[in-house]
Ligand binder design. Structure first.
Ligand SMILES: [Zn+2]
Ligand SMILES: [Zn+2]
Length: 368
């Protein structure tokens, strides 16, 4: 075991107890064994999911009936963390090639290693879905001064050339890498990315790297479309101000887009996508919805024979690709990470992230 000097015994952390009940408090710094790593957190992003959980969404806390809680009360929140090694067990150091002071990230999912999906190498679909910041003890989060990566974590070394606040974007970017890979974009394609939140803006930049014929951004906020324009969108459409599906058809010889990537998390994003996609097109769904969507399924089969691909978290290679792209400067994280706020000021930060009017990605820094 190696450890930096003067690691405190207690730390500040943001704990999720339930909807509208998050507490910034002192708790013990995690203890580690020879298979584990103690991480000094540099930054932790606030995900749309974090703000939904704070606002009591039943997908996180259950409804006492058919929806079971996904989150444990009193868990340390946050899955978009980045930090440096403050202490490390010998086995973990050997396994991951890490030393004290190195920067390292763990994937958001803590795979069980034993279920059918883990054994077949599809660990991001692990039957247990333990995600950092959601399950107490097995998957505590990064909204704290320290956190630990256990023997089950998938750890990646991260170059320090990436500013810490941008490195906090690795998790959303990994999700975007997986999503865009699922789209199978070709040079001849007209591609629509709907929903210009942090992940949508990552999807947009990644789709641009595939060099499609035309890249179209759709969002109901003009400020987000402006960011999309700066990040490479050829055309920006606000569906509140135009008939976006008609515009897309005009831009594609009347056929509709070849690829539609939905990151809106809003039911209208599905209806709109099925309308503007061409026959035999590819529809990729990443959004997490607060309510059900009603569409006519005959569009999918009988009328258009669409390929629909789901995408969940970072897939198999999301993290390694995201880290390498940020390190090479291929992704402009600066335009997405708009605010870095002290962890102690978490309430203001959550409000800022939730409204999304003045911010895109807000990250929390426990040292500010
Ligand atoms: Zn997230
Ligand atoms: Zn598993």
């Amino acid at each position: 075991m190696k450890s930096l000097p003067r690691i405190p015994s207690t730390m500040k952390a943001l704990l999720a107890y339930g909807g509208y009940d998050y507490r910034y408090m002192d708790i013990a710094v995690p203890q580690i064994n020879e298979d584990e790593i103690l991480i000094k957190v540099e930054d932790c992003g606030i995900c749309a999911g974090d703000t939904k959980a704070y606002h009591g969404a039943e997908v996180y806390w259950g409804n006492g009936k058919d929806v079971k809680p996904f989150m444990d009360g009193s868990v340390v929140a946050g899955h978009e963390f980045i930090g440096t090694v403050a202490a490390i067990g010998d086995n973990a150091a050997r396994k991951w090639g890490l030393e004290l002071g190195d920067r390292a990230i763990a994937e958001q999912i803590v795979p069980c290693g034993e279920c059918k999906f883990c054994k077949e190498g599809n660990w991001w679909m692990c039957q247990h879905q333990h995600i950092h910041g959601h399950q107490k003890i097995v998957a505590e989060g990064g909204m704290a001064q320290y956190m630990k990566y256990t023997v089950q974590d998938l750890v990646h070394k991260v170059p320090k050339s990436i500013p810490a606040r941008n490195a906090a974007l690795i998790e959303p970017l990994a999700c975007a890498v997986h999503t865009v890979e699922r789209a199978g974009i070709h040079f001849k394609d007209v591609v629509v990315v709907a929903g210009m939140g942090p992940i949508g803006l990552c999807d947009l930049q990644l789709a641009k790297l595939k060099n499609p014929k035309l890249l179209i951004a759709v969002d109901a906020k003009d400020s987000r479309l402006e960011a999309a324009r700066q990040l490479g969108a050829d055309v920006c459409l606000n569906p509140l101000k135009c008939n976006a599906a008609d515009e897309v058809r005009k831009l594609s010889d009347g056929y509709g887009c070849d690829v539609y990537i939905n990151v809106t998390g809003h039911p209208s994003g599905c209806v709109q996508g099925l309308d503007m996609i061409r026959k035999l097109g590819t529809f990729v769904e990443f959004g997490v919805f607060g309510s059900d969507t009603t569409v006519n399924w005959s569009v999918i089969g009988d009328r258009k024979e669409i390929d629909i691909h789901g995408a969940h978290i970072g897939g198999q290679h999301g993290y390694e690709v995201a880290i390498s792209m940020l390190a090479k400067g291929m992704i402009q994280a600066d335009k997405i990470v708009t605010h870095e706020i002290p962890l102690s000021d978490w309430k203001r930060a959550f409000d800022l992230a939730y409204s999304g009017e003045q911010s895109i990605k807000v990250v929390l820094n426990p040292d500010l």
